[in-house]
Design a protein around this ligand. Sequence first.
Ligand code: 13P
Length: 253
Amino acid sequence: MRKKIVAGNWKMNMDYAEGISLFSEIVNMVRDEQKGDQVAVICAPYIHLNSLAKLGGNTVKIGAQNCHQNESGAYTGEISAKMVKSVGAEYVIVGHSERRQYYAESDALLLEKTNIVLKNNLIPIFCIGETLDERNNGSYFDIIKSQLTNGLFSLSEDDFSKVIVAYEPVWAIGTGLTASSAQAQEVHAFIRQQIQAQYGEAVAQNTSILYGGSCNPKNAEELFSQQDIDGGLIGGASLKSRDFTDLVKTFNS
Ligand code: 13P
C-alpha cells in the first residue's frame, strides 16, 4: 500500500520564533487528530530544521526545501544533503517550480540533487508540473513526461522506489486556481502509467503521487479521494495550523 502524505511547504516564510510557534501548534493539533497511518511533513527553511525535528517526534516529520547537488566544498551560502540529514530532517523537496523558474534549475541538475538526497538516506519529494501556456496549448503530457524521464527515470528501481512525486501545475500555485479533481486525476494517472512503463506495476502502485497548487481544506476531500492522488504538497494552507491539521484529517473522513 502506498503512503498517504500531507506535506507543507512553508517557502520563505516564518522567522525563527514564528516558525517554532506555528510548528508547536501544528504538532499538538495533528497529534490529537491523526488517526490513520497518514504521514504529516513540514518542509521549513533551513534555520528551523534542527529545532523542528526535535519538536516533531514521530507526529510531524521534517523536510528541507532544497539542497546543493554536491557533497561538500567551496559553495558559499549553500547547504548540503548531509547537513540536512544531520539535523534530523527526513525529506527534501527537489525541483519545485519556483526553483526551476527563479534559479534556472534544469532536469539534469535536479537529477544530481535527487541522487545526492538519496545517497544521504533522505526522501526526495520531486516536483513536476506544466505552466499555464503549456496547459493551454495542450503540451502538458509531453512536459510531464520529459520532466519524469530526464529528472528521475535514470534512477535504479531501488532508488526510484524511495521517491515521492508531486504534481504541481504552475498555474495553480498560489493563485487560488486549483486544478479540478478530474484535471488532477488525469495527470496523476498519466504519471503512474509512465512510472509503470519504466519500472513496472509494483513500483508504480507503491509510488505516492501528491497534488499541489491552491489545495485547502475545502477542496482537499474531493482531490484526495481520487484514485491516483495520494496526498498534497501544501503552500499557503500549511502556514495556518488549523488548515494544515484539517488537511491531514481529510484522510480520516
Ligand atoms: P499553494 O498551496 O500556496 O498554492 O502552494 C503550493 C506549492 O507550491 C507547494 O509546494
